[in-house]
Ligand binder design. Structure first.
Ligand code: PRP
Length: 207
């Protein structure tokens, strides 16, 4: 049996749709209710429905053989797992944004609000920029509006949230989309089955 960790929520709905089209739809997929584990006896697949931020953990630790996770969460987690396929949805970019008209003072430490502290630390250390990070879990755009930080690092999809809060993108640096990932040893020991799933998904994505 193959275990696949799927994200609940916004990304999850798109994943279910893709799996359905690839013939991996589990019964009553639209009506999973509060169930966290769903088994497809016929296809020998078990689905775990987990928080998007936890998918990489389940896969890295081997509780799931495969998973679907956003590239942003994958990078932030630093999980040692295989990235098998770009699923082509959930597309957005990681960006640095600041209040309209912001002029950076390079002699001052830059204050950055973000959910993605590891990505942010790496970004500024590569640039040799002295920065401090304020970790927030949502509504990041509020931080510079209130003067809590100078800039934010966050995902931008349509740009509407930035615009409505009078923020402008300063740098757009990471392409993000949903990725199919695999546990390293599962990939070795269940290679045939995993390859079959990957090729079926590829066919649907290419349509
Ligand atoms: C994400 C992100 C931005 C917004 C970007 O937040 O953190 O706030 O979407 O999308 P846009 O460019 O299309 O406006 P999400 O909706 O996931 O909620 P959150 O603030 O609780 O993280």
């Amino acid at each position: 049996m193959i275990t696949i960790a799927l994200p609940k929520g916004r990304l999850g709905d798109k994943v279910y749709e893709l799996l359905n089209r690839a013939g991996y739809g589990f019964e009553a997929m639209e009506d999973v209710g509060r169930k966290l584990v769903i088994e497809d006896e016929e296809k020998q697949i078990r689905y775990l429905l987990v928080k998007p931020v936890d998918v990489a953990v389940y896969v890295e630790k081997g509780a799931a053989d495969l998973g679907v996770v956003g590239k942003d969460i994958l990078e932030e987690s630093g999980a040692d797992i295989f990235e098998l396929l770009d699923l082509g949805f959930g597309k957005c970019h990681m960006c640095v944004a600041a209040p309209d008209g912001f002029i950076e003072n390079p002699s001052r430490r830059l204050r950055v609000a973000t959910k993605f502290e590891n990505i942010a630390r790496d970004y500024y250390s590569r640039r040799g920029r002295d920065a401090e990070f304020i970790h927030l879990n949502g509504s990041i755009e509020l931080a510079p509006v209130l003067g809590l930080t100078d800039v934010i690092m966050d995902i931008v999809e349509t740009g509407t949230t930035l615009k409505e809060n009078h923020l402008t993108v300063i740098d757009r640096f990471m392409y993000i989309s949903a990725r199919l990932v695999a546990n390293r040893s599962s990939y070795r020991f269940k290679e045939e089955k995993i390859r079959e799933i990957v090729s079926q998904l590829k066919e649907i994505i290419a349509e």
